[in-house]
Design a protein around this ligand. Structure first.
Ligand SMILES: *[C@@H]1O[C@H](CO)[C@@H](O)[C@H](O)[C@H]1NC(C)=O
Ligand SMILES: *[C@@H]1O[C@H](CO)[C@@H](O)[C@H](O)[C@H]1NC(C)=O
Ligand SMILES: *[C@@H]1O[C@H](CO)[C@@H](O)[C@H](O)[C@H]1NC(C)=O
Ligand SMILES: *[C@@H]1O[C@H](CO)[C@@H](O)[C@H](O)[C@H]1NC(C)=O
Ligand SMILES: *[C@@H]1O[C@H](CO)[C@@H](O)[C@H](O)[C@H]1NC(C)=O
Length: 351
């Protein structure tokens, strides 16, 4: 059994359950099959997966107020959605506890966290200089440096034997969901989209290699969704349509990413590099709104027009009642229900 990678183990498990998982459960959540094949989940990324790190970063963009978290036991944790994120559902998929935000752990807790940790920080990107104007966050580089500290200083308190520690890391999943902000905050019309994507991917590949060098073997990588179709962008076009220029700009990144992953896969046969295709997932829903029972794929479930921006504001915006029928929770983040379907249907790799 040791020769089987966790992902492969999971495939075996899934095929045994394919009948069950194809039945669409009205809530999605209970339709997620559970596997015990993964040791831990380590999460890197931006607001798509931040679980509250930004609450502890001075001068960071944060959503530690209701209605964010309204479906997370009515607790605003700092997640940019009404309930759980994609990363949370991956944890559920592998029967792990939800990876806690690193900055919410005490020194002692860091030395006992065996199920994984979340380093994600809203607003940042792959390029170290991608940041919201005047605000702070943890870039991918910072997140990886902190993870390295976890491996050097904290994990050895639980797993003393270096060989065992290497196996533990090799049996863990590393989920990276980043790149959106590099386009929304760093890309401008002077950039050539091909050149920008190339530079971004060279940088990204280097980070993946760094994670590999630290011990990561199962890397799951999100691509960039159709940014131009986020409610905030649709609102800006003024005609109710997607911003197609924005969608074009991200194209070279999404089309080159699979090749980057394949090259790395060839170079590191012991690693498994998996694409989490949020672009196709969202395009699929936009093309066939009713597919998963969504009735609104254009408007944010929580949004008010404030100072020229669509925003979900504390004590002001009221979220929609039927959050299982809205693709977006706020103007730029998907709802918990969409996150759940993504993990259930798209992230569980079939080939
Ligand atoms: C999930 O893990 C718990 C222990 O943390 C275990 O009791 C339970 O049986 C596991 N669930 C599945 C479906 O394997
Ligand atoms: C990880 O930490 C070790 C020990 O401090 C250091 O030698 C190494 O360069 C670090 N690696 C990265 C990628 O930061
Ligand atoms: C943007 O959204 C606000 C609030 O829903 C709406 O009042 C406004 O008309 C929208 N603007 C455009 C250009 O769609
Ligand atoms: C791959 O893993 C095997 C068994 O764990 C090991 O012997 C081999 O050196 C590894 N190969 C590379 C390229 O890391
Ligand atoms: C929202 O309302 C609650 C309760 O009335 C209050 O405690 C909180 O400070 C308000 N939040 C903001 C950001 O105004």
């Amino acid at each position: 059994m040791a020769a089987l990678t966790p992902v492969l183990l999971f495939l075996l498990f899934l095929s045994a359950n394919s009948d069950e998982s194809s039945k669409l459960d009205s809530s999605c959540f209970s339709a997620i099959p559970i596997s015990n094949s993964v040791a831990a989940l380590y999460v890197f990324g931006d607001s798509t997966v931040d679980a509250g790190n930004n609450n502890f970063i001075h001068n960071a963009v944060r959503v530690n107020y209701l209605p964010y978290g309204i479906d997370f036991s009515n607790t605003p944790t700092g997640r940019f959605t009404n309930g759980k994120t994609i990363a949370d559902f991956i944890a559920i998929l592998y029967n792990l506890s939800l990876p806690p935000p690193y900055l919410n752990l005490t020194e002692a807790q860091r030395k006992t966290a065996m199920d994984g940790i979340n380093y994600a920080s809203a607003g940042c990107g792959i390029f170290p200089n991608t940041k919201p104007p005047g605000l702070d966050c943890w870039s991918l580089q910072t997140q990886i440096e902190v993870f390295n500290r976890t491996v050097q200083e904290d994990l050895p308190c639980m797993i003393e034997d270096p060989q065992e520690l290497a196996e533990y890391l090799a049996n863990s999943i590393f989920f990276i969901s980043m790149g959106t902000n590099d386009y929304t905050l760093n890309f401008n019309n002077h950039h050539d989209p091909e050149y920008f994507a190339n530079s971004l991917l060279i940088q990204f590949r280097w980070y993946l290699q760094t994670l590999y060098n630290i011990g990561a073997r199962n890397l799951v990588v999100n691509n960039i969704g159709p940014l131009g179709c986020m409610p905030s962008m649709i609102n800006k076009t003024g005609n109710g349509q997607c911003d197609e220029q924005m969608n074009q700009n991200i194209m070279p990144y999404n089309s080159q990413l699979p090749q980057i992953l394949k090259n790395m896969q060839d170079e590191y046969p012991n690693a498994t590099l998996t694409l989490a295709n949020s672009y196709d997932f969202l395009q699929d829903i936009l093309a066939d709104t009713e597919k998963y029972g969504f009735t609104d794929v254009k408007d944010p479930c929580c949004g008010a027009y404030v100072q020229g921006e669509l925003a979900c504001i504390p004590n002001y915006s009221t979220p929609c009642d039927n959050r299982c029928h809205s693709l977006f929770f706020d103007a730029s983040h998907t709802s918990e229900f969409a996150n759940c379907i993504f993990v259930r249907d798209m992230l569980i790799i079939k080939d």
